[in-house]
Design a binder for this molecule. Structure first.
Ligand code: ZN
Length: 46
């Protein structure tokens, strides 16, 4: 399980709660992917 090297929040925890521990959490590849999905990038949800 991957975790943030700065705040040690695990990817699993972030995905579960929807909250990152710090701004560096966004640098985790799995979080980037999840954020893209969650916020839909440039596409709008129907
Ligand atoms: Zn972090």
């Amino acid at each position: 399980m991957e975790e943030c090297p700065i705040c040690h929040t695990s990817v699993e925890e972030i995905l579960e709660t929807g909250f990152v521990g710090c701004q560096f959490c966004y640098d985790l590849p799995e979080i980037k992917k999840a954020v893209d999905k969650m916020y839909g990038g440039k596409k709008h949800k129907e």
